[in-house]
Design a protein around this ligand. Structure first.
Ligand code: BGC
Length: 758
């Protein structure tokens, strides 16, 4: 509470500005602020869900409700949650138009509407979807988050909405957590690189002047949300302070520096402090240390969670005061406009200082000015690329590069004339290819876009002899419910086939409903695979799942394994092209695929954790006993690495290391290869990670072709956060490795940074 009080006053940026201040923007903000009443100010800090405005059809606004919410309470923001139905672009645009007209009439300040666009225009029934972030991470190709971000912003704007709650950058370091597929995987560098691309693509190059084809991001969920001790969503995390700064903050830092205009706060807690009242992180790390003048919005009803769930506040008044004084600028209080009156009371009684109120209001106004909403609360602008072929082609290309070949004993590519049994609960489902955040919150692609192909349909189009027997089906409301009554029929069908393509994994879920108690793939699906394999026919496992469900006992039964994760509407077409050999695989895992329930690792473990190194002899290339390691993925061709070189053998903290490696395609077909550069700090004052990803490039190679891949690695990237919380680079040896090659370099000075971030 002490730190909250100290940091709770107006957080005038003290550090270097993360987003350069623009005098015109600031002048407009001050002018509007001056004319506002306390009621109007309080309203700006509140965000409600669209359901409080909808009429009974849920396709239009109820004018009386609009009068109450905007006219009386003067609420400044609305968000859209699609639990069981989804609006078209036209309906969304018409609703927003009405809200804006009322807002301008009653308050003279535009409302800001935000949407959960997670993998493209997730919440428009007629927009474009791309593979989920976890798939884009598997491409190791920065082009795809860029393309998706651009399309997402463009189509969202086309629906008259200027704000998306994306990108997600929670490090997916615990496979039990149900949201790991929403982000770019387990590694801070990969996550930071991809999220930064997406942020700039969504917002454009100038965060002070967002044009009509771009939108504001809300980077989320700040921070440490992805590693709950229990593995369950929205439950407490325990994170060492150095890890918090060095790993969890990294993607947020990259995005704040790239101009991210808003951030959404982690719904749970770190080390006992609910993030929504963590003044040190919200006001300290972000607003003061980065000089960031953007807006912090809560997650869903999370101020209420301070008293309802976490019991750090006695009642709503205390919770609102704690949150706002800690640095929250906008409260997503989905159904309760009375929150406005709570803020008014708290300001009148002095529990929220007026300076903090005005600072928060400035941040809301600044966002609206930067988005051009005062000039154009609505806009007439043509969006010819909405739902275009171009976006569809990009989505397909991303899916192609994201599906990961994990095992192949030679059965793939499938023979043209093979008779193929397609089976499994994921074989004929579009919903499972998309996952959650697809048309509705929990995912309902089959209801909205039946025109796209399921895996069964795509294989039927590509191969002449395809039969189908699902074996196991998803059954009913509960995403974990399964009906295994078809196993016998599938086994009979398998006897007449040359090869079995078993599409297994998970039904769709999102957030807390995705919690579960056993990371193993379901017993019924395992039984299906075991019985199919017992026929003696080769089994190709297609994993269609949001997190790596354990398959240690059935993997040895498979002739080939492909993890398609959540590749979206064109994922099945991409898979058919890959299985047939029309295209080549190039995806690599952006997470560790664990094998044992008591051995859930990430790739950057401590050397001592490895069995081979327990005796003290370090092996930096050792891999834990996992199913498949981070960065693993096969191809139909083969690549050979040679000549890893570092330009200078010694370096100092301010240097940039120039690293190069030759990569050759030594197989017989063209292919793409993600080239991954790692470093290992051999001796450090805190136990170093065995290795860390420091660079990646995706290249294309014809058979027989060699390319030299060059990395420019700032020496400061090799620094770590020490026991005192400060960044340090220590004198000593580092090992750089890439594709089985390694080179040693030596840092000749120790440097400790005075600033909290490098
Ligand atoms: C989720 C967020 C989402 C918000 C608004 C929350 O439950 O955690 O990711 O942006 O709802 O829909």
């Amino acid at each position: 509470m002490l730190s909250a009080a100290i940091l709770g006053a107006a957080c005038a940026p003290k550090g270097p500005q993360a987003i350069p201040a623009d005098s015109e923007v600031e002048a407009k903000v001050e002018k509007v602020l001056k004319g506002m009443t306390l009621e109007e100010k309080a309203g700006q800090l509140v965000q409600l869900n669209i359901s409080v405005l909808e009429d009974d059809t849920r396709e239009a606004i109820d004018p009386a409700k609009l009068d109450r919410i905007i006219g009386q309470y003067k609420v400044g923001s609305i968000l859209n949650v699609m639990n069981d139905h989804c609006h078209s672009r036209e309906v969304t645009a018409a609703m927003v138009r009405q809200i804006q007209e009322k807002s301008m009439e009653k308050i003279g300040i535009p409302c800001i509407y935000g949407l959960d666009m997670i993998h493209g225009a997730s919440y428009l029934s007629d927009g474009s979807l791309y593979p989920q972030e976890i798939n884009l991470a598997a491409t190791f190709n920065r082009e795809y988050p860029r393309l998706m971000g651009r399309a997402m912003a463009y189509e969202t704007r086309a629906a008259q909405v200027p704000w998306v709650f994306s990108p997600v950058m929670d490090l997916g370091r615990d496979p039990r957590w149900p949201r790991i597929w929403e982000s770019y995987g387990e590694d801070p560098y990969l996550q930071a690189q991809m999220a930064r691309e997406e942020t700039v693509a969504i917002q454009g190059e100038n965060p002070n002047r967002i044009d009509l084809e771009h939108a504001a991001v809300s980077i989320k969920h700040f921070m440490g949300y992805g590693v709950p001790v229990s593995g369950k969503d929205r439950t407490p995390a325990i994170i060492a302070e150095n890890d918090l700064r060095e790993k969890f903050f990294a993607p947020f830092l990259a995005c704040f520096r790239a101009g991210a205009l808003t951030a959404m706060v982690n719904s749970a807690s770190i080390n006992g402090i609910p993030t929504h009242c963590n003044a040190l992180l919200l006001s300290g790390w972000v607003k003061e240390q980065l000089g960031w003048d953007g807006l912090l919005v809560t997650d869903w009803a999370d101020i209420d969670n301070l008293f309802n769930r976490d019991h750090v506040a006695a009642d709503k008044h205390e919770a609102v005061a704690m949150g706002i004084n800690a640095g929250i600028d906008m409260i997503m209080d989905p159904y309760d406009p009375e929150c406005c009156n709570v803020i008014i009371d708290l300001v009148k009684s002095g529990r929220i200082p007026e300076s903090r109120l005005n600072d928060a209001v400035r941040r809301v106004l600044r966002l609206k000015v930067r988005l051009g909403l005062f000039d154009k609360p609505n806009w007439d602008y043509a969006y010819p690329e909405f739902a275009s072929e171009k976006f569809a082609r990009e989505s397909y290309a991303a899916a192609l590069e994201s599906e990961v070949l994990l095992k192949n004993n030679g059965i793939l590519p499938l023979k043209e004339n093979a008779s193929i049994l397609v089976t499994g609960p994921n074989a004929n489902s579009l919903r499972t290819l998309n996952g959650g955040w697809s048309y509705t919150w929990q995912g309902s692609a089959d209801d909205y876009v039946p025109q796209y192909n399921t895996i069964l349909e795509a294989l039927q189009r590509r191969f002449p002899k395809v039969t189908y027997a699902p074996g196991v089906k998803y059954a009913g409301e509960d995403w974990q419910a399964e009906d295994a009554s078809g196993i016998a029929a599938a086994v009979t069908a398998a006897r007449g086939a040359d090869v079995i393509v078993a599409c297994i994994g998970e039904n769709t879920y999102c957030e807390t409903p995705g919690n579960m108690d056993d990371l193993n793939l379901s017993a019924k699906q395992k039984e299906l695979v075991k019985k199919l394999a017992a026929t003696g026919k080769p089994v190709v496992l297609i994993l269609n799942e949001g997190r790596p469900r354990l398959i240690g006992d059935i993997e040895p039964l498979a002739a080939a394994v492909v993890d398609v994760m959540l590749p979206s509407n064109f994922g099945a077409d991409a898979l058919a092209a890959l299985l047939s050999g029309d295209e080549n695989f190039s995806g690599k895992l952006p997470f560790t695929y664990s094998k044992h329930i008591n051995a859930l690792h990430t790739y950057d473990y401590k050397v001592s954790e490895h069995r081979e190194t327990m005796a003290g002899s370090y092996n930096y290339d050792a891999v834990m006993d996992v199913q498949w390691p981070f960065g693993f993925g096969l191809s139909y061709t083969e690549f050979a690495y040679a000549n890893l070189k570092v330009e200078a053998g010694e370096f100092k903290a301010g240097d940039v290391l120039k690293v190069s490696v030759d990569v050759s395609n030594v197989g017989s077909r063209a292919g793409k290869e993600a080239v991954l550069l790692y470093s290992s700090d051999l001796v450090a004052s805190l136990i170093p990670d065995v290795k860390r990803l420091r660079g990646f490039e995706k290249i294309s190679l014809e058979p027989g072709e060699t390319k030299t891949v060059c990395f420019e690695l700032p020496a400061s990237d090799l620094a770590f956060v020490g026991a005192d919380g400060r960044w340090r680079l220590e004198e000593g040896d580092f090992r750089l490795s890439c594709g089985g090659q390694a080179a040693m370099v030596r840092c000749t000075e120790t440097k400790v940074w005075e600033t909290p971030n490098i």
